[in-house]
Design a protein around this ligand. Structure first.
Ligand code: KG4
Ligand code: ZN
Length: 414
C-alpha cells in the first residue's frame, strides 16, 4: 500500500491503481525491511545495489570504465554512454541475483538524475523508468553529490549538521549538510577537480609503464609512487589561491607546474618515448603533498567559518570526506591531523563507497523515505547535468575574510 500525495487530498490507493493516476506524488512509509534498488550512471561507472532500511547491502554490482578512459586521456562521453547501455541490464540482474530478490520484491528504484554527463544519466534514468513501469514501482530521484555526502551515515552515527568535503574526478567542494536535502555550498573548484589532475598527471608521467601501477587509477598510482619517494622536497609547487580568503579550490596551476618540472627533467635525462624520469617518485610525492596542503588549507577556513556562524554543533564537529580522491590515505591522514587541531572528527566511508557506486544512491533514497519525502514521477526532463549543490554561500565565506595560515605538511615525511 502506498500513499499518494500532491493531489488535492492525500488518498490511500493500492499499488495497482497507481500507474493510472498522473501528476501525483508517491510517498513510501519507512520500514526497516524496505528494499531499494539504486542505479548510478552519472559518469563512467555503472553501479547498482540493493540496500535495506537497516543499512544492509543485500547485493551490488559495479562496472567501472575508468581504466579504459584513462588510456585515452579523459572520459569520452559517447564511449561512456555505450558502455552504460551494454552493462546496465546485466548490472541490475546480477545485483538482484546477489540479493536473492527479483524486481517485483523491490519497494522502489532510486536513480541518479543529476548532476553528471547528460547521455550517461539518460541511460540510468531510462532503465529505471523501464523497470518502474514493468513492475509498477515508485522511482526516487537522487542528486549524485548529496549521495556522496550522506553515504557515510550508513556506516557511522553522524548527526546533522556536519561538514562534507567531496573530492573526486569530477568535483571538489565543501558543503554544510544541514539535513537530507538541505545543503550550504561553501566552496567549489574554479577549474579542475583533484582526481582529474591526478589522472592526467599520472598519464603524462607514464606511470602505467611501471608494471606495479599498470592496473591502478591515476590517483592511486601517484599515491603508491609517492610512498617510495626519497626527497619529496626536490620539486617546489606554489600553494594555489593562497591570498583568496574563501573556500574555493584550484588545481589547474599546479598541474601546469608539474608538467614544467617533468619536461625539464625529461630533457635533462634525455628521456624519450616510454622512458620514465628517475625522480618520478619524488615528483609524485611533491604533487600529492601540494594537493593535500591546498585541500587542508580550505578545510581549515571552512571549519572556522562554520564555527563563527554556529553551523556545526560546538561539542560534536564532524567532517565527512568522500568521493574517489578520499580513498587516498595520505590526503585522509592529513585531514585527520587538521581535524585534531580544530577539535573535529574526520570520517570517511569505506573506500569502496567513496568512489561512484549504486549503494550510495539506494541509501540516499532510504534517508528520504525515513524523512517521509514525497516522490514525483520523473521524466527525462528531470535530468539536470549541471545541477548545483544546495544554497551557494561562497560569497558569504569570502566576505567573512577569514585568515588561515597556508598549511605546510613537510613534517609528515620526517
Ligand atoms: O568518485 P569517483 O569514482 O568518480 C568521479 O565522480 O570522478 O572518483 C574517481 C577519481 C579518479 O580521478 C581517481 O584517480 C581518484 O578518484 N582516486 C584516487 C585514489 N583512488 C581513486 N585519487 C587519489 N588517491 C587514490 N587512492
Ligand atoms: Zn562521484
Amino acid at each position: 500500500m502506498y500513499l499518494l500525495t500532491g493531489c488535492p487530498k492525500r488518498v490511500k490507493i493500492t499499488l495497482k491503481g497507481f500507474s493510472k493516476l498522473k501528476n501525483c506524488y508517491r510517498h513510501l512509509s519507512y520500514d526497516p525491511n524496505v528494499t531499494i534498488l539504486g542505479i548510478e550512471t552519472s559518469c563512467d561507472d555503472t553501479g547498482c545495489a540493493v540496500v535495506d532500511g537497516k543499512a544492509n547491502v543485500l547485493g551490488e554490482s559495479l562496472f567501472s570504465q575508468n581504466m579504459l578512459h584513462l588510456r585515452y586521456g579523459g572520459i569520452n562521453p559517447l564511449v561512456a554512454r555505450d558502455l552504460h547501455r551494454d552493462n546496465i541490464e546485466f548490472a541490475v540482474k546480477q545485483t538482484l541475483e546477489k540479493s536473492k530478490l527479483n524486481a517485483s520484491n523491490i519497494d522502489a528504484i532510486a536513480v541518479t538524475t543529476k548532476p553528471g554527463l547528460l547521455i550517461s544519466l539518460q541511460i540510468g534514468v531510462k532503465y529505471a523508468k523501464y523497470l518502474a513501469k514493468s513492475y509498477n514501482k515508485p522511482i526516487i530521484p537522487v542528486h549524485h553529490m548529496e549521495a556522496h555526502a550522506l553515504v557515510a551515515r550508513m556506516f557511522y552515527d553522524i548527526e546533522f549538521p556536519f561538514l562534507a568535503l567531496l573530492i573526486s574526478g569530477g568535483h571538489c567542494l565543501l558543503t554544510v549538510v544541514k539535513d537530507v536535502d538541505n545543503f550550504l555550498l561553501l566552496g567549489n573548484t574554479l577549474d579542475n577537480a583533484p582526481g582529474e589532475v591526478l589522472d592526467k598527471a599520472a598519464r603524462r608521467m607514464k606511470l602505467r609503464n611501471i608494471p606495479a601501477y599498470s592496473e591502478l587509477v591515476g590517483g592511486k598510482a601517484i599515491e603508491e609512487a609517492a610512498k617510495c619517494a626519497k626527497n619529496p622536497e626536490l620539486f617546489a609547487f606554489p600553494t594555489p589561491l593562497v591570498k583568496s580568503r574563501d573556500c574555493n579550490f584550484s588545481f589547474s596551476g599546479i598541474k601546469e607546474v608539474l608538467m614544467k618540472h617533468l619536461v625539464r627533467k625529461e630533457k635533462e635525462h634525455n628521456a624519450v618515448g616510454d622512458e620514465i624520469i628517475p625522480e618520478i617518485n619524488d615528483l609524485c610525492a611533491a604533487f600529492q603533498l601540494i594537493i593535500a596542503e591546498h585541500i587542508s588549507h580550505r578545510v581549515q577556513r571552512a571549519v572556522l567559518f562554520c564555527t563563527k556562524n554556529q553551523f556545526l554543533k560546538e561539542d560534536n564537529k564532524n567532517i565527512v570526506v568522500s568521493g574517489g580522491v578520499a580513498c587516498n590515505d595520505f590526503i585522509f591522514k592529513t585531514l585527520q591531523n587538521v581535524g585534531m587541531q580544530w577539535n573535529c572528527n574526520v570520517i570517511r566511508p569505506p573506500p569502496k563507497v567513496c568512489t561512484d557506486n549504486g549503494v550510495m544512491i539506494a541509501w540516499n533514497a532510504i534517508e528520504k523515505i525515513k524523512k517521509q519525502y514525497q516522490f514525483p514521477d520523473i521524466t527525462l526532463d528531470s535530468i539536470d547535468p549541471k545541477a548545483p549543490l544546495g544554497v551557494n554561500i561562497t560569497d558569504k565565506v569570502k566576505k567573512a575574510n577569514i585568515y588561515v595560515k597556508a598549511t605546510r605538511l613537510k613534517d609528515m615525511f620526517n
